[in-house]
Design a protein. Structure first.
Length: 317
């Protein structure tokens, strides 16, 4: 009896916030209980090429996060979900090689795919044919009209296009064009950073470029000094934003900032305080609310994905 109790205590002691969240996510995915991830855009009609499979833009958001967790070695109760997500993404990528993109300035295709989703799928699956399509849809190293998004959503142009630049870099398709895509993205980042949008919107835009520059700086032996300088500038801006009262309750943005900083090689010890904040905000059920000032179950599953990614990346840094 004493030995059994000891084993139980050891098991409880070894259950991290991320472990607890994985258990929650396994059930939440099966029940499709997040209104954010369950949402279907009016008129969308995505087709899954696998049997007994349906996809939506938001279900693919879920699969993206499952894939990223799998990259970090997360498994356990999510192992099967991650495997299915990867199978879906590979099949979708193959079926989208002949698809175009509908919401771009250059050669929009009525029955095409949304730019960000197309580029994320191509990036994850390292699909060169899709990268060629992405390049073909660009004009002046952009894809979206400058005013495609307005107000606090202005950053979304930068966010969407950043995935396309990551996709192009990863596949090494037409590498001679990459510097111009990156410099254009940096110019756009500076606009977002100095805009009048909310701090959460500005920092969310900036960290998308942190991922891009982090990919390049940490993988290439020789990169322009301007890339290193801009990466440091954007990292420092993102880190300093965590100290601002506007983000105090914003759990989702805090998690996203931590993940981007850790991915791009920011000093882990600088982030200890914010990791502790995230861990203390976990609910007894194992999930996180997007904002502690508004405990509504909208995007709580999505937020939990993002927090787990940040915590796992912190542990492995």
């Amino acid at each position: 009896m004493r030995a059994l109790l000891l084993l139980l205590l050891i098991g409880l002691a070894g259950c991290t916030p991320a472990d607890k969240a994985v258990g929650f996510l396994d059930v939440a995915i099966a029940n499709n209980e997040d209104p954010y991830l369950a949402y279907v855009y009016p008129g969308e009609a995505l087709k899954c090429p696998l049997p007994e499979c349906t996809i939506t833009y938001r279900s693919l958001d879920r699969d993206f996060n499952l894939h990223f967790l799998g990259e970090l070695g997360v498994g356990g109760k999510l192992k099967d979900d991650i495997q299915v997500a990867d199978q879906v993404l590979e099949a979708v990528a193959k079926s989208w090689e002949d698809k175009g993109i509908y919401n771009v300035m250059n050669k929009p295709e009525k029955d095409g795919i949304a730019l960000d989703t197309y580029c994320i799928v191509g990036f994850i699956t390292n699909n060169s044919a899709m990268a060629e399509k992405v390049i073909a849809h660009s004009t002046d190293y952009h894809w979206l009209n400058e005013f495609h998004y307005q107000g606090d959503d202005y950053f979304r142009r930068l966010a969407d296009e950043s995935w396309c630049v990551r996709h192009i870099y990863k596949t090494r398709v037409e590498p001679e064009m990459l510097p111009k895509y990156v410099s254009t993205l940096i110019d756009e980042t500076d606009k977002v950073k100095s805009s009048r949008a909310t701090l959460a919107a500005r920092v969310t835009g900036v960290i998308h470029t942190v991922y891009v520059l982090g990919d390049i700086v940490n993988q290439e032996e020789s990169v322009p000094m301007a890339y290193r300088e801009k990466l440091k500038e954007y990292q420092d801006f993102a880190f300093s934003s965590l100290k601002e009262p506007q983000l105090k309750n914003d759990t989702l943005t805090i998690a996203n900032v931590l993940d981007a900083l850790l991915h791009s090689g920011y000093p882990k010890e600088e982030l200890d305080r914010y990791v502790g904040i995230l861990e203390r905000r976990q609910t007894s059920e194992g999930f996180w609310y997007p904002n502690v000032a508004d405990e509504e179950k909208m995007a709580h599953v999505f937020t939990t994905f993002r927090v787990v990614l940040a915590l796992e990346r912190y542990e492995q840094s």
